[in-house]
Structure formats: C-alpha cells, structure tokens
Design a protein around this ligand. Structure first.
Ligand SMILES: Cc1cc2nc3c(=O)[nH]c(=O)nc-3n(C[C@H](O)[C@H](O)[C@H](O)COP(=O)(O)OP(=O)(O)OC[C@H]3O[C@@H](n4cnc5c(N)ncnc54)[C@H](O)[C@@H]3O)c2cc1C
Length: 442
C-alpha cells in the first residue's frame, strides 16, 4: 500500500488543493481504510474539478489495478481491472476488430472512472452513455462487502454506481460489451456552418446516417454569426476504403507543455483571434475527411499536459445540457451571454444528445443540446459569468456535468438531478468528495 501527496490532482488544476493518495495493489484485497478518514476512489484525474478530489481525506488510487482479466475476441466481451486506461484497451482490442462502444474526448481515463461519471461520446445520439454497455462490475464497500452488480444482480446499486461519482464504493473490475470496428479510421465530412440555425439543421440531418457527430464553435463571434463553427460527422471506415485512400495511423510528433507558465496563455488578447483563425482555416464549406481514431476522437491528447497553458490559477470547464424542447432558445441565450462576456475558450464543443435513456441515477446526458467550454480562472468575473449561465440552464430545465464542475451551487445541482434523494441512500458512509460536500451537503 503506497501512500503519497499529490498536487494538481484534477485536470482543471482547480481547486488547487493537495491530496493524500493511497494506492491499491490488488483487486483481491479488502478496502484499505484507516482510522475514521473518508476515502474516494481515484482513476486518472481526468475529471476537471473537485468530483475526483477529497481534501482532508484520502484518495484510493487504482493505477496499479491495470490488468486484463478476460477477452473474448469472438463476442467482444471484455473484463478488466478498474484502473486500466482506454488507451491500453484500444491498443489490445482494435487490432482484433473491436473498439470502445463509447469514448470521451480523451483516451487517458480509466475504466472505473468512465463508469463513475457515466461518460458520453460523439455517438451518444446512437448508443447512449458508457453505462449502457456495462454488463457487470464488482464493488467493494466500507462494511467489508464485495458485491457483483449488473442489471439483474444488485440492480439498484448498479444504477447508483453508474454515474455515482465514486461515492457508492470502489469498483475493482468490470465487464463491458465492446463494439465491432472494421478499421482504425473514420470517414466523413467537416462542414463549415454560419450560425446556430445551420448547426441544428446539420445535427438533425446527420443523426440518421452518421454514428458520430460533434461541432467546434467560435464562441466569441456574435450578431448573425452567433454560434458559427465546424460540424464533423463520421462513421467507422471500411477496410477497403482505408486501403483505397491510404490511411495512416502515425502517432505524429509527441508534443507537450513542459511546465505551468506564470500566467494563462489563454486570455482576452489571444482568444478572439485564435477562434476566428480556426473558423477561417477551412475555406471550402464541405471537406471530405478520413481521420485516424486518434485524430477524430482525441485531438487534445496530441499535446500532453495541455491543461498547463491556463497557468497556475487553473481553469474551469463548463458543460451543460438543455432539453430538446427548448434547445434552440437556451443555446442562443448561452452563446449570447458568453459572447458578451468576452471570456471563454479556444473552441467550444457543441453537440446534440439523443433519446437513449441513461442507466445511472445521476447520469448527466438527457435528450437535448450540450455545450462544453473552458474558462481560465480570472477571478470573480469568471464565477459571476458561470452563475449567469447556470441560471439559463436551470430555467431551461437542464443540468451541469459534475465531472467538469468545481463551483456550481447545491441549488443548481438539485434542480438538475431529480433522482438525487434516491441516490443519497447508496452513498457509502466512509466515501466522500469535495464535490459531494459542496453540493450534496455532507
Ligand atoms: C481532454 C478531455 C476530454 C474529455 N471529454 C469528455 C467527453 O467527451 N465526455 C465525457 O463524458 N467526459 C469527458 N471528459 C471527462 C472524463 O472523461 C471523465 O471525467 C472521466 O470520468 C475521468 O476518468 P478518470 O479515470 O480520469 O477518473 P477520475 O477523474 O480520477 O475520477 C472520476 C470519478 O470516478 C470515480 N472513480 C475512479 N475510480 C473508481 C473506482 N475504482 N471505483 C469507483 N469509482 C471510481 C472517482 O471517485 C470520481 O468520482 C474529458 C476529460 C478530458 C481531460
């Protein structure tokens, strides 16, 4: 059992609170609890805020639980330990014709971290969240329990743990259903669109024929160009098409941000021109594309430690979803507020979620439109802007994503998550997080 102190334990480097970590070394051992400390499972720290932090308590690290347990290459059923990363899974299963059924925009997260946030990907409109593809997992609780959870066994604990933010116990290993993949490439189009109406028209027309859709928005353009951007739509390419078009999976040059600069490199001076430059770089309105899976799913992973560009104060990621019935008006209000503020990120991600029901009590996705963007922490004006965005989201009947959050109020959280009281019953009494204490009031 290795103990250590770690800094910058969440991806946004905010709140900047050092953490005490204890690493588990075997999935067969019990939970390593001491005294009356609270604990929180910890994966790869790819959550942005305090849902993966437990200041004053202990993080239970899963990095050493990174083994495959079983893989059936005929059915695509995989069993692996909690701390295995998506990157490791892909390296092993893709050459055998399988891919993750759902992946977020990084491959450096862990299997259990993906379950605990019930992560979503660019194919949500087709297949729902990651939780919908979990066949079972094993959960350790502080009463010494070791339970198998699946849709048929301990089904209530299964539903609480998917999207349960690590608060219901420690997952030791899980079994998931992978998705067939004919190649390591995606073929599709990048389409330039001029405003929000054009975005929604593209989202609607693309949802039938394309498994993956996402768009990058210039969040600082206003007027008739409010919400302009690039719409990407794609399917996994056939091996024939890849051979015909000469697809190459080369890893490219390894880039890295080597240290945290003294100030954020993303600021009022750099933001507007960077966004405009990106929007203008594609001159044709439609470009046919063949992407490697890394280029399509994980463009940000190409630069290691890119989170450091925001400087020592860190940054906040804001991700919300607004229901389909009011998505146009609510998205318009959100973009207008961001554009007026002059704050925001280099490229916002905007996408529509589909109607597939999420299995977790606290799962984030709902049918509607979701917006994600980064804000360098620039003092009170950043927090005031995010409060104004919260008000728009709550008024629309939407919610904020816990995996990205470090500052929403308890009232905002309660307004978005109708099954919160049902969930509370499953919180293990020894488990806690900064996020839980802030918004669930422990
Ligand atoms: C570049 C980037 C892009 C992203 N894109 C997306 C996206 O498109 N969609 C999306 O949904 N998310 C996205 N995310 C967020 C990320 O996918 C989630 O925060 C993910 O859950 C992080 O997993 P992790 O392994 O790093 O876990 P951590 O961040 O360390 O922990 C996440 C949660 O899992 C719990 N947990 C960890 N291990 C266990 C365990 N063994 N048992 C029980 N609970 C456990 C923790 O307590 C915590 O609550 C992105 C993040 C980054 C950095």
């Amino acid at each position: 059992m290795a103990e250590s102190e770690i800094t910058h334990a969440s991806w946004g480097m905010y709140p900047p609170e050092p953490q005490h970590m204890r690493k588990l070394t075997s999935r067969h051992a019990g939970l390593p609890l001491t005294g009356d400390e609270t604990v929180l499972p910890y994966g790869a720290g790819r959550s942005y805020g305090d849902s993966c932090l437990n200041t004053g308590g202990t993080l239970l690290g899963s990095a050493a639980l990174d083994h495959f347990i079983a893989f059936d290459a005929a059915t695509g059923v995989l069993t692996a330990e909690a701390g295995i990363t998506f990157a490791t899974i892909i390296d092993t299963v893709l050459p055998r014709g399988w891919f993750l059924p759902v992946t977020p925009g990084t491959k450096y997260l862990t299997l259990a971290g993906a379950i605990a946030n019930d992560v979503h990907g660019k194919n949500h409109h087709r297949v729902g969240t990651f939780g919908a593809h979990i066949l079972s997992f094993e959960l350790l609780t502080s009463d010494g329990g070791r339970r198998t959870c699946s849709p048929d066994e301990n089904a209530d604990l299964f539903a609480a743990t998917i999207g349960g933010l690590g608060l219901t116990g420690f997952i030791t290993h899980a079994t998931i259903q992978l998705m067939p993949a004919a190649s390591a490439f995606l073929d599709g189009q990048s389409i330039r669109f001029g405003n929000l109406d054009e975005f929604f028209a593209l989202a609607e027309s693309s949802s039938v024929n394309y498994d993956y859709t996402v768009s990058w928005i210039d969040c600082l353009s206003g007027g008739t160009s409010l919400g302009r951007g690039h719409f990407l739509r794609a399917n996994i390419a056939s091996s024939d098409l890849v051979a015909a078009r000469g697809g190459k999976t080369g890893a490219g040059l390894p880039l890295s941000v080597p240290f945290v600069p003294p100030v954020s490199l993303v600021n009022r001076l750099t933001l507007r021109p960077l966004n405009a430059l990106y929007y203008q770089r594609q001159q044709a309105s439609v470009v046919e594309k063949l992407w490697s899976y890394d280029q399509f799913h994980y463009p940000l992973d190409a630069i290691a430690h890119w989170n450091r560009i925001y400087g020592p104060k860190g940054f906040l990621q804001y991700q919300c979803v607004v229901p389909v019935a009011v998505q146009r008006e609510a998205a318009h209000a959100l973009f207008l507020e961001i554009e007026k503020s002059g704050q925001g990120s280099f490229l916002a991600v905007f996408k529509t979620f589909g109607a597939v029901k999420s299995p977790g009590l606290l799962s984030f996705p709902m049918e509607g439109a979701t917006l994600a963007l980064d804000f360098p922490v620039a003092g009170e004006r950043t927090f005031a802007l995010l409060d104004r965005l919260d008000a728009i989201v709550v008024e629309a009947g939407g919610r904020i994503y816990a995996a990205k959050d470090a500052r929403m109020s308890a009232a905002t959280f309660r307004a978005g998550y109708a099954r919160l009281d049902e969930f509370r019953k499953f919180i293990d009494p020894r488990f806690s997080s900064g996020f839980e204490r802030r918004v669930m009031g422990k």
